[in-house]
Design a protein around this ligand. Structure first.
Ligand SMILES: C[S@@+](CC[C@H](N)C(=O)[O-])C[C@H]1O[C@@H](n2cnc3c(N)ncnc32)[C@H](O)[C@@H]1O
Length: 250
């Protein structure tokens, strides 16, 4: 599976989206994901699809080491610029982890909003399992079937279309990903996190939408007009990032 959205390796788009979440979302998604991971001071952690370091940089002070892997050299450059000395970066596709000789072993592995971009996610899951020490934990996160339902409905109404079914990313998180782990890990758990996003103006809503995979320049005028109609009648537009976290223990 690949080329799912605009954020696969686009560092600027990723930064815009992270900034939009920081501005409009109340919850601490990264804190929740790291809680599931449960890494301790002796742990070596593999971050698969580390991006600009949302998870790596929060983890680093509390663990032995982090290896941050990402296809975007630009994102890894931004990460490295503020990383402490126990962080190493590895530029390259995580699909290549399967063929790359890697002597390192890890007690924990994490992959937030990234695993479903793999060309062959089954190979990547199998490789992560190989790289984990016995009892090691792999946590990966991404959108649930209900992710951003309110905003998606708003968008598709403008396109005069029924809301499409599950996205490839949500199908991976709800079905394929857990299934790939069940045959390889001793224990697999599904967790959920809801991060409400509240917008108080048409500008705010349009700004967020334009940082999101759904953005479609041909709908921009209609989107803005509909947002203005919404805020003429209501003070707030709410949607929610609904996240699935899979915790697999080797
Ligand atoms: C949505 S970002 C998530 C980044 C980070 N985990 C976070 O939560 O902020 C997805 C990341 O996966 C990386 N990525 C996508 N496909 C990849 C691949 N096949 N190999 C390595 N990295 C990949 C992208 O470059 C991007 O940094």
């Amino acid at each position: 599976m690949s080329r799912i959205g605009r954020f696969d390796t686009d560092s600027a788009a990723l930064t815009a989206r992270i900034d939009a979440h920081a501005k409009y979302a109340g919850g601490d998604f990264t804190g929740w994901a790291l809680g599931l991971l449960g890494a301790g001071p002796d742990d070596r952690v593999l971050d698969v699809g580390a991006g600009t370091g949302q998870q790596t940089l929060r983890l680093a002070p509390d663990v032995r080491s982090v290896l941050a892997v990402d296809a975007s050299e630009e994102s890894l450059g931004a990460l490295a610029a503020s990383a402490p000395g126990n962080v190493t970066t590895l530029a390259g596709r995580f699909d290549d982890l399967a063929v790359r000789s890697c002597d390192a072993r890890f007690e924990r592995a994490i992959s937030c909003y990234a695993l479903y971009y793999a060309v062959d996610s089954e190979r990547v899951v199998a490789r992560v399992r190989e790289l984990l020490e016995p009892g090691g934990v792999f946590v990966f996160c991404g959108p649930s079937y209900e992710n951003n339902a309110e905003l998606r409905r708003f968008h598709w109404d403008l396109a005069d279309m029924d809301m499409p079914g599950p996205t490839p990313a949500s199908t991976f998180m709800e079905e394929t990903g857990p299934e790939l782990c069940r045959t390889r890990f001793a224990q697999v758990e599904r967790h959920e996190f809801t991060n409400e996003l509240r917008f108080d103006s048409a500008d705010a809503l349009v700004g967020y939408w334009s940082s999101y995979n759904l953005y479609d320049p041909s709908l921009e005028d209609r989107f803005r007009a509909a947002a203005e109609r919404h805020f003429a009648e209501q003070a707030v537009f709410s949607t929610a990032k609904r996240v699935v976290g899979v915790r697999a223990q080797a």
